[in-house]
Design a protein around this ligand. Structure first.
Ligand SMILES: Cc1cc2nc3c(=O)[nH]c(=O)nc-3n(C[C@H](O)[C@H](O)[C@H](O)COP(=O)(O)OP(=O)(O)OC[C@H]3O[C@@H](n4cnc5c(N)ncnc54)[C@H](O)[C@@H]3O)c2cc1C
Length: 440
């Protein structure tokens, strides 16, 4: 492949150009009502709600606050579509499935309200999403699911046949698709920073550069041992998601790490392109996520000048370097958009998402430690919502049961949080995608 890298290429998130995670506090307090491990959307949202309820909260992150997936993602704000699209009736029965879908869909009005209430400047737009079909069979599956998704989210869905695909996407690559209005877009770096500012303004203490090593019950509270000393807290929330196990193998909450499968996701950003060309590619500025098993997700940048293209470009154990993964993303991008073959990319980056074995996000409490995790790669709204719900639970301020707080959180036997099986599973999914397309 010809050189795809611009001279000013950086293996760092495009979002960090405008909003690199900032240095916050570095001094560790000796005690807090609630200590929160992980300074992403979940931890920050929990801290904000706890402060509003009058509890003092300290957020501890091993890196800078917001450094994890929360400042690296695609910025697609989903209204619970991932959960609602799952096969929940069969797994949980109709009544529980309805409650779960309702709890997930509620993440969307929650984040919209949070952004407005806290006045978070993060380029938020309710733009809707287009899901292009990888095969005619996927189109029919979307068609069957569309009414259910509309009912679950309370917002319209509509089918767009292949002949009209260019109304939503400047490409003939797919077999038509579905639009879903329950989706927004934002600048994830600005949202992470804005949420951190809101939590700090409300009085939360945000400490970066402190890695939690162990959490031990102590009386009715806990002692949190870190590489910078101990913190005593009345309660602890672990919100470490795709980063729950450090590369060396340590985990603040091993029980949680055994229930999460971290998967690397990769994104590239093109150089600035002509705005008219971007409008041709994304006529309605929708967020796009296709129906492949190893999906492509892509969007225009908030300023309408670049294409941001994401996917699971590598399942290699330990992850691939962003620049190594970039050519595969570039090929996928220019297969879909041949109009931009030859453009250069200025950024490539990666981050970890967390999958669960039952396909659901979870909050809960184990051995006296609270946790919030498992957004299946769709956590901008969901992680914010799980953090809020965890805070209500810790403060005993929830006035209704939360359907994503379930006792049963499955673990794989003999799995310790290091997914040795991912390269095999990834290749299997890729093969299934190829077979489906060849048969289309
Ligand atoms: C490339 C990419 C694209 C994505 N695209 C989208 C998208 O378009 N839409 C969407 O909805 N979702 C998307 N996601 C998922 C979304 O970003 C996540 O679900 C969400 O940000 C998770 O937030 P979180 O607060 O749970 O975890 P994170 O933001 O990952 O934060 C976890 C934090 O825990 C810290 N930590 C871990 N262990 C310790 C320890 N022992 N001590 C102290 N700190 C610790 C880490 O340093 C990290 O900062 C994407 C994710 C990635 C990586």
């Amino acid at each position: 492949m010809a050189d795809i890298f611009a001279p000013d290429f950086r293996p760092a998130p495009y979002w960090w150009d405008a909003a690199e995670p900032a240095e916050r506090e570095t001094a560790l307090p000796a005690e807090a009502d609630v200590a929160i491990v992980g300074g992403g959307y979940a931890g920050l949202s929990a801290a904000l709600t706890l402060r509003r309820l009058g509890h003092n909260a300290v957020v501890l992150d091993a890196e800078r606050i917001g450094w994890g997936a929360s400042s690296r993602n695609g910025g697609m704000v989903s209204g619970g579509l991932k959960v609602a699209g799952g096969d929940l009736d069969r797994k949980f029965g109709a009544e529980q499935a309805r409650a779960i879908v309702g709890a997930a869909a509620a993440s969307f009005p929650f984040i919209e309200d949070l952004i407005a209430r806290e006045n978070i400047d993060c380029d938020y737009v309710r733009c809707g999403r287009f899901l292009p079909a990888w095969t005619p069979g996927h189109y029919r599956a979307l068609e069957a699911k569309a009414p259910k998704l509309a009912e679950a989210t309370g917002m319209p869905t509509a089918m767009l046949p292949r002949a009209r695909q260019r109304e939503e996407l400047g490409s003939d690559y797919y077999y038509g698709g579905m639009t879903a209005e329950a989706t927004g877009s934002l600048h994830p770096g600005k949202y992470a920073r804005g949420l951190a500012d809101a939590a700090a303004r409300a009085g939360a203490t945000l400490v970066g550069g402190v890695r939690v090593q162990t959490i031990a019950r102590h009386g009715s509270g806990a002692v949190i041992a870190t590489d910078k000393g101990n913190v005593r807290a009345g309660a602890v929330l672990v919100a470490t998601n795709g980063y729950s196990r450090a590369p060396g193998g340590a985990a603040a909450m091993p029980w949680l790490a055994r229930r999460l499968v971290p998967v690397a996701s990769y994104i590239i950003a093109t150089e600035k392109l002509d705005k008219a060309l971007i409008r041709e590619l994304f006529p309605n500025h929708r967020m796009i996520a296709d129906t492949k098993r190893v999906l492509n997700y892509f969007r225009p940048s908030p300023d309408g000048e670049r294409v941001l293209w994401g996917g699971r470009a590598s399942f290699r154990s330990g992850g691939a370097a962003p620049a190594e993964a970039a050519p595969a993303l570039y090929k996928a991008m220019t297969d879909v958009f041949p109009q931009i073959r030859g453009v250069k990319i200025t950024h490539a980056w990666t981050g970890y998402v967390a999958f669960t074995l039952d396909g659901l996000p979870h909050i809960g409490e184990q051995d006296g430690i609270h946790f919030a995790a498992g957004c299946q790669g769709s956590g901008v709204a969901m992680a914010s919502w799980l953090g809020h719900q965890s805070a209500l639970k810790i403060a005993r301020a929830a006035n209704a049961p939360f359907a994503l707080d379930v006792k049963n959180f499955p673990a794989l036997p003999l799995y310790d949080g290091r997914p040795w099986f991912l390269p095999l599973v990834g290749e299997y999914y890729r093969l299934r995608d190829r077979i489906d397309r060849a048969a289309a």
